[in-house]
Design a binder for this molecule. Structure first.
Ligand code: MRU
Length: 346
């Protein structure tokens, strides 16, 4: 990976501002929970695992200056309020909720300690979430690389790369691992309307890593598949229900339908923290709707009439029947998903 997506440095969370890529490399030092909430909402940091890590640091930042002479109940009130605020920033990626629940449980496990000890414990927990993500992405990447034949061309959507995690990414991590295994791999990256994570981020990080990547508009995927230029599709995920229905960036479902038509394998790469086994199916996954201006005047150029009605869901749900396998750090999970998830995750 060409850059560090998020790290803890000089007493603050240092992130690369992804809204400025690929034209500028700008780092932000996040020092308050409000700054972290804003960064997550505005997609300065984005991608399911990365926002989980960011939220964990946000929770720590919310209490790090809490006066130790104050009653402990107030400390926990402040922490819990910050966690609720961070949970309200983006609804779909379950990694955000997973990381914040882990921070809350971790604080509760040392609730009888001094306030300063609880603070230290929370920082250690956020750092552990970051470090674990690095290891998880690598394990996942090499588990997935075994599915990829030498000479393959892979289509991916949005950015499920290093910029969406601590380091290697999920779907793009599989590509990095396949290349590291010595395979000759080419990538087609969907532009990913409306915020262009594919065009701005995936192509940038692959080019920086010296990997052969070709950018296409989202509406070109069918034609490219019909021309037999694609061998498989690999994407990331924001939340996977118990039956395998999967929420990911809007446009993922289109690709899954097209993959079936063209008899191409369609893989989801995601860490265990992206599985939400409390939800029976994809219908229950909350789908974020974003500002209409992302469609009508994204990147500062008006492209639709003033006051036009707009629907802007940020994610869609791919039915389990269109998914060939899930690539996780624990290995590759094939259908039947519901029963195999139980075996993998017990
Ligand atoms: O809105 P974004 O950019 O946060 O959406 C990101 C995605 O949909 C990714 O594919 C997903 O989070 C997986 S990241 C490894």
């Amino acid at each position: 990976m060409p850059v560090k997506t998020i790290e803890w440095a000089n007493h603050s969370a240092r992130i690369i501002d992804q809204t400025r890529l690929p034209t500028e490399i700008v780092y932000l030092n996040i020092e308050t929970v409000e700054q972290m909430g804003e960064a997550i909402k505005m997609l300065r940091i984005r991608g399911a695992p990365a926002i989980g890590i960011a939220a964990a640091f946000g929770a720590y930042l919310s209490i790090r200056n809490f006066p130790s002479a104050q009653p402990k109940a107030r400390f926990f009130d402040a922490l819990n309020a910050a966690i609720e605020y961070l949970k309200s920033t983006r609804p779909t990626a379950v990694n955000l909720f997973w990381a914040l629940d882990r921070m809350q449980t971790s604080a509760q496990s040392v609730q009888n300690e001094e306030i300063e000890t609880i603070k230290r414990h929370l920082l250690e927990q956020a750092l552990a979430i970051l470090e674990e993500d690095r290891a998880i992405c690598r394990q996942l990447a090499f588990a997935g690389a075994d599915l990829i034949k030498d000479g393959s061309t892979i289509l991916t959507h949005c950015n499920a790369g290093g910029l969406a995690t601590s380091e290697w990414g999920t779907a793009v991590g599989v590509i990095y691992a396949a290349v590291e295994q010595g395979k000759n791999i080419r990538v087609f990256a969907d532009e990913t309307r409306p915020l262009l994570q594919g065009a701005r981020l995936t192509t940038w990080e692959l080019m920086e890593s010296g990997i052969d990547v070709t950018l296409i508009c989202d509406n070109m995927a069918a034609f490219v598949m019909q021309q037999q230029r694609i061998d498989c599709i690999i994407v990331g995920a924001d939340r996977i229900a118990r039956n395998g229905d999967t929420a990911n960036k809007i446009g993922t479902y289109n690709l899954a339908v097209l993959a079936e038509k063209h008899k191409l394998p369609f893989y989801i790469a995601a860490p265990v923290s992206t599985f939400d086994l409390t939800l029976t199916s994809g219908e229950k996954i909350p789908i974020e709707e974003r500002d209409p201006r992302e469609i009508t005047e994204g990147f500062g150029t008006r492209t639709a009439p003033e006051n036009v009605k707009v629907y802007n869901p940020a994610f869609d749900v791919t039915p389990n029947s269109l998914i060939h396998a899930f690539i996780t750090e624990k290995g590759v999970i094939k259908p039947p998903f519901e029963s195999n998830f139980q075996k993998f995750f017990k």
